[in-house]
Design a protein around this ligand. Sequence first.
Ligand SMILES: NC(=O)c1ccc[n+]([C@@H]2O[C@H](COP(=O)([O-])OP(=O)(O)OC[C@H]3O[C@@H](n4cnc5c(N)ncnc54)[C@H](OP(=O)(O)O)[C@@H]3O)[C@@H](O)[C@H]2O)c1
Length: 337
Amino acid sequence: MKAWQITGTDGLPSLRLAQLADPAPGPGEVLVRIRAVSLNYRDYMNVMGIKGVTGPVPRIPCSDGAGEVVALGEGVTAWKPGDRVVSPFMPSWLDGGFTQAHAAKALGGAVDGLLRELAVLPAASLLALPGCLSFEAAATLPCAAVTAWDALVVRGSLKAGETVLILGSGGVSVFALQIAKLKGARVLATTSSADKAQRLLALGADAVHNYSTDPAWDEWAVAQTGGLGVDHVMEIGGPATLNRSLKATRYGGHIALIGVLTGISGDLQTVQILRKGIRLDGIYVGSRAMFADMLAAFASGGIRPVIDSTFSFDQVPEAFRRIESGRHFGKIVISPV
Ligand SMILES: NC(=O)c1ccc[n+]([C@@H]2O[C@H](COP(=O)([O-])OP(=O)(O)OC[C@H]3O[C@@H](n4cnc5c(N)ncnc54)[C@H](OP(=O)(O)O)[C@@H]3O)[C@@H](O)[C@H]2O)c1
């Protein structure tokens, strides 16, 4: 099989296309032909070796893939060849609480990911694709969408009528917008571009603020809520945005701390958290059970992932350049076949 591998720390030049032996499924495992992969900012960080991300080399990057079952290991009865499946970000986290052991199994992190033609995965981890989702659409979901679902629905207990603030128009934020609207929430969005502002409005955002022309998006969000602050923030920025997120949040509100786009450490006004009684939730994707609930909600609610662009398997470096450019809106997909 063909597979892309991170072979060193030189960024894209270290990302190489390799010819590897086809894997074979063991007991309880399934061989899946990967038909689509999507990129997350995490994959870009892994490939570029930036912001403290390290891992074994060579390794295959990318957590998010969907495909079809081609062979079954001993004892597997739940699947048959031809079944269309998607893998969770952490194949061992089926349900219950998050643990270090699950984190260690995150695809494309310490272990090989899915940017390859064939992958062996635990049969118990896989989820069947609803008929309404293509391989490309399904491949956008395991990391960004499940993270948004965990942040808003599971940990956030989002209610109709509440206000959600999303930052930027990347993969996680656009899914958060779609999920929040599905749940009847009001969505305030920020972006750096007028064009993307129009696209956010078209997807259902109730109001949009350009943070590149006016950096005081926290004051804007407070004004939009009659001076109270928002109920939930999807915090994808990290140290350079978190203090503004604290200001934008209402007393007793909730911040889902998700991203590291502006770095991995910094000055934090901790007093705001206690004074306002804010709940700050670290989110690291979610379980297979959350993914299953989300798939059902997407199917019944008619949610279709927003795909920015699709690249062929030979164009993987260009796909990473696209995420690097920041010009994308929604998800970047690679179709291996
Ligand atoms: N914790 C988790 O489980 C988890 C899961 C998935 C992702 N993440 C993290 O979440 C972050 C976003 O991931 P992603 O895959 O959605 O990234 P992405 O698709 O690459 O999104 C990037 C977008 O974020 C916006 N942005 C960048 N800097 C910003 C800033 N300073 N303020 C506001 N918006 C900013 C920009 O949108 P505009 O162009 O519209 O301004 C940019 O296009 C990353 O740090 C990623 O590692 C964490």
